[in-house]
Design a protein around this ligand. Structure first.
Ligand SMILES: NC(=O)c1ccc[n+]([C@@H]2O[C@H](COP(=O)([O-])OP(=O)(O)OC[C@H]3O[C@@H](n4cnc5c(N)ncnc54)[C@H](OP(=O)(O)O)[C@@H]3O)[C@@H](O)[C@H]2O)c1
Ligand SMILES: [Zn+2]
Ligand SMILES: [Zn+2]
Length: 350
């Protein structure tokens, strides 16, 4: 095994601590990556809050540099800049994998942390760490010109909103609304704008209106104001809901135009839907999560072409618990990214 150091909990704990971690020795199709930047996704906070014991090392959107390549690796060599998201393996044989939708693998894709390794059954530990070892198939070359810190969040937040926008055919003429202006939401706005769609932000936070316009949104609907919601009724072909807390979908379905779609990609728990909210206007409700290998590569190419990266606040990784606290309070514009360089000097666990 190889040794590295990262941030996580071993057992039950409310805050992350510095831990000594093991990574597997390289298999023939593995690469080792020095993790430079890892985004802080709200899913990381949900995971810590729900964690009931055992080892948890969050982190599933990161960029870094290849340090070593296994004997059968063909696409990467030491020194290459790379990016990895929240899926690190899949069966490769089912209809979903064959369709390039490894994120829907029938055997369930192996998640970057908290997943079960397909070959040795171990539990995966995430990228709040100085090193990660991954199958080369699930690593992406980081396009030149993309800032590595700003690009890290593309690999979870980005692809999660890219897939629905893309599969719903968003482009010039589409009326798009994005609910919740956080990590996922601000990237959804940037993508929708870059795809040529007229884009509106739906937010509880009136104070984000100016930011929304800077991101390219034409309009802002303050969701706590019933008059503004009523005025926006039946207005959007596509509503992407990135809200991180359980909520009633009714008001958001109300904003969808006839035959339009609400894609709920934020909080992934049970929802209650009133059939009449769908019936009136023949509206559709869908969801999505992460993306397959081809879509992720296409999203990165699109970002390179259009200069899209996340708006990030970079913190030394030792401030990870502060990032979690602020994310819980909705105090981020619009994604925290941990700079893991401060782990390079650490030789003993805290
Ligand atoms: N489908 C997937 O595969 C996938 C992938 C990644 C993340 N997720 C999930 O997506 C959600 C968003 O993640 P994120 O990292 O973007 O989180 P985030 O940065 O915290 O953004 C969430 C936004 O939701 C809005 N919000 C929060 N609480 C709310 C409430 N009670 N009512 C209404 N709006 C509320 C806020 O926007 P305003 O201030 O504008 O109202 C907030 O900025 C999380 O639940 C995460 O677990 C899913
Ligand atoms: Zn995530
Ligand atoms: Zn599969």
């Amino acid at each position: 095994m190889r040794e590295t150091v990262g941030w996580g909990v071993d057992g039950e704990a409310a805050v992350l601590r510095r831990l000594r971690l093991e990574r597997r020795d390289l298999r023939p199709d593995d690469i080792a990556i020095r993790v430079d930047y890892c985004g802080v996704c709200h899913t990381d906070v949900h995971s810590l809050d729900a964690h009931a014991g055992g080892l948890l090392v969050p982190g599933h959107e990161f960029t870094g540099v290849v340090t070593e390549a296994g004997s059968e690796v063909t696409r990467f060599a030491a020194g290459d800049p790379v990016a990895v998201g929240n899926i690190v393996d899949s069966c490769g044989e089912c209809v979903m994998c064959e369709a390039g939708q490894e994120n829907f693998c029938r055997e369930f894709p192996t998640l970057t942390y908290g997943g079960t390794d397909r070959r040795d059954g171990s539990t995966t530990a995430g990228a709040y760490a100085r090193e990660y070892v991954v199958r080369e198939r699930f690593a992406y070359r980081l396009p030149a010109g993309l800032d590595p810190a700003g690009a890290a969040p593309l690999l979870c937040a980005g692809i999660t909103v890219w897939e629905p926008l893309h599969s719903l055919g968003v482009g010039p003429g589409t009326r798009v609304a994005v609910a919740g202006l956080g990590g996922l939401g601000h990237l959804a706005v940037k993508f929708a704008v870059a795809l040529g769609a007229g884009t509106t932000v739906i937010s509880r936070s009136a104070g984000k209106a100016e930011d929304a316009r800077k991101l390219g949104a034409r309009d802002v609907v303050v969701s706590t104001d019933p008059d503004q919601l009523a005025a926006a009724r039946d207005r959007f072909d596509v509503v992407v809901d990135t809200i991180s807390a359980p909520h009633d979908l009714g008001p958001y379905l109300g904003l969808v135009a006839m035959d339009g779609t609400l894609s709920q990609v934020g909080h992934l728990g049970p929802v209650t839907v009133r059939t009449m909210d769908l019936l009136v206007g023949r509206k559709k409700l869908t969801s999505a999560g992460s993306g397959g290998v081809p879509a992720t590569a296409a999203m990165l190419a699109f970002c390179a072409e259009h200069g899209v990266t996340a708006d990030v606040e970079v913190l030394p990784s030792a401030r990870v618990n502060e990032a979690f606290d602020r994310l819980r309070r909705n105090d981020v514009r619009y994604r925290f990214v941990l700079d893991l360089a401060d782990l390079a000097r650490v030789t003993t666990p805290a």
